[in-house]
Structure formats: structure tokens, C-alpha cells
Design a protein around this ligand. Structure first.
Ligand SMILES: Nc1ncnc2c1ncn2[C@@H]1O[C@H](COP(=O)(O)OP(=O)(O)OP(=O)(O)O)[C@@H](O)[C@H]1O
Ligand SMILES: [Mg+2]
Length: 270
């Protein structure tokens, strides 16, 4: 297997290299426009929340970052490199939205987490001691050690999410792309996941996380992006979760914004 001598982001001597740099990104699926002229810079060691209504283009953005969807226009860079190199260098890990995963695949939880190590293994895919240790540690960190021999499809929705997060941890990726990791996750597991993601951020990793739980954004995220096929707002959570900005994305009626959103009015809006 080819090994890439890409420097680790923290050894690039360039704290300024953005974890994510998206410029002028436009994606359409035939007649349907998913993204229009999206620009987005996320610095390393940040948790960035991605919010927007169904169909606003969140999953499409993740897929472009992973090179799974080809944009009609624009560029994406991950730590200054293209998605192919970033993936081969294990810089980026992706937890897809549940709907995009075939859960009938005959893999155990341990197998799924071990997949995070594939990029580091020889072609024989024989797991080394280090690989096995990484899987053990990742399962431990998400609280799934007891479930490692179960078929992935047998797990509950929340446990499946945690298994995929464990795969990202085992991969030791610098950028985590998590598409709705809290969907179907109970409050206890959500708190565990949030604590874990913040630990990973404190270790210098970056996460882009889509969520419909707007109320949880200020606790979880350092910054937030409001998407509606284009970027409507990007900044500190309190600057993005304002009444007017949410109304732009979710509609003007009070009931359109999800309940319990800690709405703030900026000086301009008062
Ligand atoms: N494979 C596809 N073929 C055709 N249209 C697609 C495809 N994938 C997404 N779309 C369309 O692109 C738009 C953006 O979809 P996307 O899945 O990126 O939204 P999303 O913000 O992730 O939504 P959700 O919150 O429901 O997950 C939608 O209008 C959707 O119908
Ligand atoms: Mg989606």
C-alpha cells in the first residue's frame, strides 16, 4: 500500500492551515440545487455545528468534503490538501447519516471499529497489536466494549452512532465529519458523546457536526453554520442562533423553529 508522507497538521508549523476550506461550492442533482456558492472556513481544534432544515444541503456538504459527490463548481480542501490525499492520509473520518448506511452488512461492532484502522494496515489487513489496542480504546471511550461481538445492525440507533464514532477515534483522524450523530441518541448517550467530542477537540481535533438539536448547539459547539443551500450565517453560536437568522432558515412563524431554541435577539433585531 502506498504510504503518504503528508506531515501531521500539528507538525506543519502552520496552525493557520484551516481544517476545512470550502470555496464557491455549488452542487445540483439534476434539477435539484443542493448547494449554491458555499464558502466555509473552519480552523483546526474547533467544533463547528451545521444546522439547517431538511434538504438544506448538510449531507451534500459532507459528501463533497469526502469526495463522494462531485460539485459543479468550487473547491474543498482539508488541512490544505484535496479530499483524496486527506482520506489516504487518515486525516479525515466520516460518520454518515444513518439513512445512508446499510445496517444489514454482516459486520460485528468490533469489525466496524477496526475498519477505522484499514488505512494504516498492510494489504493483508492483518491487525497488529497497535490496531487491536486502538479498537479496544475506542470501544471503551464510547462505552461499547460489551457490544463488540454483536452484529452492527442489531444495535440500537444510539449504539450504532457510537460505534461509528468509535471507528473515527480508532482511525485517529484529525477531522471528524459527523452527519447527525445525535439522531435517535438518548440524553445519557448524547452527553457521553458530547463530552467525548470535546475531549477530542481539546486534543487538537476538529469536528463538523450536523444536528437538528439547536438547543444543544451552545453547549456543544465553538461555532455554528446556518445552511439553507447557501451559508446564511457562520460565527459564534450566540451570533448565529438569533431570532432573525433562524427565521431565515426555518421560516418566519414561531412554530417553524424547533422548540427550546435559546433564541437571542441581537441589538439590530430588538
Ligand atoms: N442523490 C440525490 N439525488 C437527487 N437529489 C438529491 C440527492 N441527494 C440529495 N438530494 C437533494 O439535495 C438537496 C439537499 O439534500 P441533503 O441530503 O444534502 O440535505 P440535508 O440538509 O442533509 O437534509 P436532512 O436534514 O433531511 O438530512 C435536497 O433537495 C435533496 O432532495
Ligand atoms: Mg442530511
Amino acid at each position: 500500500m502506498t504510504s503518504f508522507a503528508l506531515p501531521h497538521p500539528t507538525s506543519m508549523g502552520a496552525e493557520s492551515v484551516a481544517a476545512i476550506a470550502v470555496s464557491g461550492l455549488s452542487v445540483s442533482y439534476n434539477e435539484v440545487t443542493a448547494l449554491t456558492d458555499v464558502d466555509l472556513i473552519v480552523a483546526r481544534a474547533r467544533i463547528c455545528g451545521l444546522i439547517g432544515v431538511n434538504g438544506s444541503g448538510k449531507s451534500t456538504l459532507f459528501k463533497c468534503l469526502m469526495g463522494l459527490v462531485q460539485p459543479q463548481a468550487g473547491t474543498v480542501a482539508i488541512f490544505g490538501t484535496d479530499h483524496r490525499t486527506a482520506r489516504r492520509s487518515n486525516l479525515v473520518a466520516y460518520v454518515p447519516q444513518s439513512e445512508d448506511v446499510d445496517w444489514t452488512f454482516p459486520l460485528s461492532v468490533g469489525d466496524v471499529v477496526l475498519m477505522g484502522r484499514y488505512g494504516r494496515m498492510p494489504q493483508s489487513r492483518r491487525a497488529s497489536r497497535a490496531d487491536r489496542d486502538a479498537v479496544d480504546e475506542a470501544l471503551e471511550r464510547v462505552g461499547l466494549s460489551q457490544q463488540r461481538h454483536r452484529q452492527i445492525g442489531e444495535l440500537s440507533g444510539g449504539q450504532k452512532k457510537r460505534a461509528f464514532v468509535a471507528r473515527s477515534i480508532a482511525q485517529d483522524a484529525q477531522l471528524l465529519l459527523l452527519d447527525e450523530p445525535f439522531a435517535g441518541v438518548d440524553k445519557t448517550s448524547e452527553a457521553t458523546l458530547i463530552g467525548l467530542l470535546q475531549e477530542l477537540r481539546d486534543e487538537g481535533r476538529t469536528a463538523l457536526i450536523s444536528t437538528h438539536d439547536l438547543a444543544g448547539i451552545p453547549e456543544l459547539c465553538d461555532e455554528a453554520v446556518l445552511l439553507h443551500n447557501r451559508v446564511l450565517a457562520h460565527g459564534l453560536p450566540e451570533a448565529v442562533l438569533t431570532h432573525d437568522k433562524l427565521a431565515l432558515a426555518f421560516g418566519p412563524t414561531p412554530g417553524a423553529a424547533p422548540a427550546n431554541v435559546p433564541l437571542r435577539r441581537t441589538a439590530d433585531e430588538k
